[in-house]
Ligand binder design. Structure first.
Ligand code: ATP
Ligand code: MG
Length: 594
């Protein structure tokens, strides 16, 4: 019960603005219950006065009234039900938007811990389960309570003694509901979890289809899916069996009640204490009483399903974003591009080892700073801190001398453009993929960015040119081509600070140089921090930072560091001098990668 209260307290505020509609809906429900009650009483009157007496003159009055009442009931029922659906769906809309907005702010490690299918299930099934409680639940309970009271009082009014005799059976319903609700909850929760797992498996397998096919993993993947599908099947069958058992049990109890009423009625009529019309009306009221009583009994089921959903949503909503906007962000200013790391240390949440330790360095406008070092040294981590996916545990990172934590995230990311290590592609055309670097960019600007990223030639060679549709995981372009589209996007953004994580990873040495020269030209007056293993670009750099196991071990120019003969010299050792002498290619050459 405490869980229900908590869930309610958390999600009820989302009905703000729609509560008056809830009142209107309930009013409609009350009016329809009243109309129903009136029509049953009119039916009794017709039976006794018109039917039994065979009198047509006694027919018209009650018949006209009945028709009127029925029309009113129909109109109000229509209004109430449409409004109820509308309000319920609006709630779903808001709740989903709220959760989705929250999810979008969550840090990368959250997504590493939660499978996508599971998140999808939470945003669909669980959201709906909560609606079932907060909106439909409230409306349903209030209307069931009203209807039950009306029909019960009408039955009591007709024959209180008979009514009390039949009510004795009512606790049976509640007992049944109580016995079943816990088990049905468990089944529905299992089903929800299995549903999420199935989506995850399908998504992961299809997203990884190359690995599956190349390494003959089909049978393993099928087994994985089968396992989840079986869990789902067993939960779903169990849930359906329990619900069905409950339904059938209720049916039997209802039949018992009806027989009791008829038996008592026969006796009463034979003794002359009741008319046939009264008996029929009485039986009708008792019959009408079942659905609301049943739905009150089933309320427990709705509540348990909803609290299960609420727990799963709370898990998301209670996860704090790793970074948040400051309460009072400093006002926007024209950013020059001075970047400063001051004794920065950082450890990923849940990780035991620090990924960065006491890192300090600076970079200024117009500078190209290359960050290099062995795999896993902490280079990408630097880029994640500079774009504030995480805040350092110790130390400060500044932009133009202002700590990153003092400015709004939006402002920071407008001014620090990131080209991440994984090529990120939007679902859309190539043009849209480049344009998303700066919404509203003109055709010429997009094309210039593509030219500067050495992408224009291969794009125009495609049958659909800039209108070619691409999607994440698309096979229509090579890895290096996708990478250059991403570079064009970052170039178009033209932020004062550009952070490039392995921008040349998919390019051969020649293509890499083709990218870097225009990059430098474009970056005149801007700050570029380039993370790379590709030291063919090192002579171009104003400064090189060598990172090793989270520490900055060397800083200097290419020449200085070579002369020093330390870690950098070892990394740069096999640098082929011949790269610069390779003749420019006649056509596009690149290393194809998956
Ligand atoms: N989300 C994470 N949670 C915990 N540890 C992480 C996470 N991401 C990275 N690490 C750890 O932090 C360290 C630095 O990782 P980082 O990605 O910065 O390396 P890198 O220098 O970019 O390597 P590469 O050259 O292979 O891209 C690694 O030891 C890695 O295991
Ligand atoms: Mg990296």
């Amino acid at each position: 019960m405490r869980e229900v209260r908590q869930a309610f307290r958390r999600f009820w505020p989302l009905t703000r603005g729609d509560r008056r509609w809830l009142v209107v809906i309930i009013a409609c429900v009350v009016v329809s219950a009243l109309a129903e009650t009136a029509s049953i009483l009119l039916f009794a009157q017709l039976t006794d006065n018109a039917l039994k007496a065979g009198s047509l003159s006694a027919f018209w009055g009650p018949a006209g009234a009945w028709l009127g009442v029925a029309a009113l009931g129909a109109l109000v029922g229509y209004l109430g039900n449409s409004l109820a659906t509308w309000t319920a769906e609006r709630f779903v809309l808001r709740l989903r938007a709220k959760v989705f907005r929250h999810v979008q702010d969550l840090p990368p490690h959250f997504f590493q811990r939660h499978r996508q299918g599971d998140l999808v299930e939470r945003l669909t099934g669980d959201v709906e389960a909560i609606e079932q409680m907060v909106v439909s639940g409230v409306v349903g309970t209030v209307s069931a309570a009203f209807s039950a009271v009306f029909y019960a009082s009408a039955a009591l009014y007709l024959r209180w003694d008979l009514a009390l005799a039949t009510f004795v059976l009512a606790p049976l319903f509640l007992l049944a509901a109580r016995r079943f609700s816990g088990r049905i909850k468990a089944a529905s929760q299992d089903e929800r979890v299995a549903d999420g797992a199935i989506t995850s498996v399908v998504e992961e397998s299809l997203g990884n289809i190359v690995l599956t096919q190349a390494y003959n993993r089909r049978a393993d993947e099928e087994k994985r899916l089968e396992r989840e599908a079986r869990a789902w099947m067993s939960a779903s069958v169990r849930g359906a069996r329990l619900s069905e058992m409950y339904e059938q049990f209720v049916e039997v109890v209802e039949t018992l009640c009806v027989l009791a009423v008829i038996g008592l009625g026969v006796w009463e009529i034979s003794a002359g204490r009741m008319t046939l019309g009264q008996l029929l009306a009485f039986a009708a009221f008792i019959g009408y009483l079942y659905p609301p009583v049943r739905s009150l009994g089933g309320l427990g089921l709705t509540l348990t399903a909803a609290t299960a959903g609420a727990e799963r949503l709370n898990e998301i909503l209670d996860t704090e974003p790793a970074v948040t906007d400051p309460a009072e962000p400093v006002a926007a200013w024209p950013v020059r591009g001075w970047v400063g790391f001051h004794d920065v240390s950082f450890r990923y949440p849940g990780s035991r080892r620090a990924s960065l330790r006491d890192v300090s360095f600076g970079a200024g406008p117009g500078e190209l700073v290359i960050v290099t070092g062995s795999s896993g040294a902490g280079k990408s981590t630097l880029s994640k801190l500079l774009t504030r996916f995480y805040d350092p545990a110790q130390g400060v990172i500044t932009l133009d001398g202002v700590p990153l934590t003092d400015m709004s995230l939006r402002f920071l990311r407008e001014n620090v453009a990131l080209l991440p290590q994984e090529t990120l592609i939007l679902n859309g055309t190539i043009r849209e993929n480049i344009a998303c670097g700066r919404p509203g960019a003109s055709e010429q600007e997009i094309e210039r960015a593509a030219r500067e990223a050495a992408a224009h030639n291969f794009i125009t060679a495609l049958p659909d040119g800039y209108d070619t549709a691409i999607a994440p995981g698309t096979a229509a372009l090579s890895g290096g081509q996708l990478q250059r589209i991403a570079i064009a996007r970052a170039m178009l953004r033209a932020a004062p600070v550009l952070v490039l994580d392995e921008p040349t990873a998919g390019l051969d040495a020649v293509a890499a140089r083709q990218v870097v020269q225009p990059l430098r030209k474009l970056m005149a007056g801007r700050t570029t921090i380039m993370i790379t293993h590709d030291l063919s670009l090192a002579p171009d750099a104003d400064r090189i930072l060598v990172v090793d196991r989270g520490r900055l071990v060397e800083t200097g120019t290419h020449a200085e560091l070579l002369a020093r003969g330390g870690a950098y010299a070892a990394l740069a050792e096999p640098l082929p001098d011949a790269v610069a002498d390779v003749p420019p290619p006649a056509d596009e050459t690149m290393i194809l990668r998956w």
